[in-house]
Design a protein. Structure first.
Length: 478
């Protein structure tokens, strides 16, 4: 049944826009150039407003997930990477539940990726229509059918650009993937802005700077009581403070420390006698994939809940899914869940809020740990990184594990002692670190910090690998 389903997709894949694989080895300098061009296009799209929308000062319904999904309100990047990640989430769940079967051959993998791209395009259109019809850009009756269609077309083209930019990097023209690059850029931009923003906000206590570090110097310069000024700079509410900034730096350091945890499995060459090396199995075996998929799941639940709450406010079943309220008090107005399932799946705002409602905190912790472990465990089966896949790769490279027969089955049995455990436990650790970062008030949310650090570390590893292959920084860049 699974293979038939993917076969039905095959005719459509030939019509999908595609980036061809490079026919030659791309030099590091070219990869850096293509990555910079990709990032420039993304940043430009983040600043181009959608044509035809009505400006609105209402609360942003997706404020809490924009940082993670590289989204920017009212611009071409309104949807961000949400369609790509949602498509990946759906395909992974279908493959993990064995509803569809993914073969081991490159053609089967290519077909699976094509199906994922097709669903990404369909989801882009679906999300664009939902955004327009629910009145985020103004009442559809006021905008008119032509403008509504124009907004949907703009969002679809922007979504297609994101898909192709991601594919461009993944095919080997650039470094890493587009998704990772866009997420890391958005999160780092948010952290820098929250630290150094010169924007002023009237909080009721007088005009204050939004940036935590600028606010520190401003408060020390303008307040007579310096001790009180310091206390306010460290602990002020509803605006970034120095404790948030310190928590962010601490989480960065802890995640980088955990990146070094790994098991080196000894392997030897079956062709060259006496040639030994090792196969590293990291604690974060699936890297940031679990937290990306978990974010996609929560973001789509938020979208559905808010759309229903807008149209059917007061309905009992809709309220069970989520009750929303607008929150102001410093910074942009935003919607926040105050009841229902969405409330319990969202992080408590602070340790104080956790003590007030411990049930909320408990459910959130269980959900984060469980979902990250589940996504991490199932991801290895559909991404070509399971024990069987690794054993097959080692055999193709004429490598074997000392003390075990040179067969895929024997090596997979030994690898199964480590890989599933590393995937599940690594997912648990990722979820746990995200929860701790949320409780500490890290800037950009715990999930965002985890994503940023793991992505930056991936790029560091890519740089080190390229440097070792081509010999020195000078050879790489000049």
């Amino acid at each position: 049944m699974g293979i038939k389903f993917l076969e039905y997709i095959r005719p459509f894949c030939s019509f999908l826009p595609e980036v061809k694989k490079p026919e030659r080895r791309i030099q590091f300098r070219e990869k850096v150039l293509w990555t910079a061009i990709t990032l420039f296009i993304f940043l430009v799209c983040c600043q181009i407003p959608l044509f035809g929308i009505m400006s609105s000062d209402s609360a942003d319904p997706f404020y809490w997930i924009r940082v993670i999904l590289a989204s920017n309100r009212g611009t071409l990047m309104e949807l961000g990477i949400s369609p790509i990640v949602t498509s990946g989430l759906i395909m992974q769940l279908l493959a993990g539940a064995k509803i569809i079967e993914v073969g081991e051959t490159p053609k089967d993998r290519a077909l699976f990726n094509g199906a994922q791209k097709l669903f990404g395009m369909i989801i882009t259109v679906g999300q664009a229509i939902v955004y327009v019809m629910t009145g985020i850009y103004g009442e559809p009756s006021s905008l008119g059918a032509g403008v509504c269609l124009l907004i949907v077309v703009q969002l679809f083209i922007a979504g297609l650009i994101v898909l192709l930019l991601d594919e461009l990097l993944q095919k080997g023209y650039g470094l890493g993937s587009g998704i990772s690059l866009f997420i890391a850029t958005n999160i780092c931009e948010t952290i820098v802005w929250k630290a150094f923003s010169p924007a002023t906000i009237n909080t009721g206590r007088g005009t204050e700077f939004e940036g935590a570090i600028i606010a520190l110097f401003h408060l020390l310069a303008t307040r007579n009581d310096k001790v009180r000024a310091l206390r306010e700079a460290f602990y002020r509410q509803n605006l970034p403070n120095l404790m948030n900034l310190m928590a962010t730096v601490l989480v960065f350091a802890v995640v980088i420390y955990f990146q070094g945890f790994r098991v080196d499995l000894p392997i030897k060459s079956s062709r060259v006698r006496g040639q030994y090396t090792s196969y590293p199995i990291k604690l974060f075996y699936t890297s940031n994939i679990p937290i990306i998929l978990q974010s996609a799941l929560v973001s789509n639940l938020y979208v559905i809940s808010q759309m229903l709450a807008t149209k059917f406010a007061g309905n009992f079943i809709v309220s069970l899914l989520g009750v929303w309220a607008d929150v102001g008090g410093g910074g942009p107005a935003r919607s926040y869940p105050i009841g229902g399932l969405c409330y319990y799946l969202s992080p408590p705002e602070s340790l104080g809020a956790l003590l007030v409602d411990p049930v909320h905190g408990f459910i959130y912790i269980v959900f984060m740990l469980g979902s990250c472990a589940f996504f991490s465990k199932t991801w290895i089966d559909v991404s070509g990184s399971s024990a069987n896949d690794v054993a097959r790769q080692l055999q193709e490279q004429k490598m074997q594990i000392p003390g075990h027969r040179d067969t895929v089955k024997a090596m997979a049995k030994e690898l199964n002692r480590y890989i599933p455990t590393a995937a599940a436990f690594g997912g648990l650790c990722i979820g746990g670190l995200s929860v701790i970062a949320d409780f500490m008030g890290a800037i950009g949310s715990g999930t965002g910090i985890l994503l940023a650090v793991t992505i930056i570390y991936q790029y560091f590893e890519i740089f080190v690998k390229e440097q070792s292959e081509q010999g020195g920084i000078g050879t790489l860049l000049f």
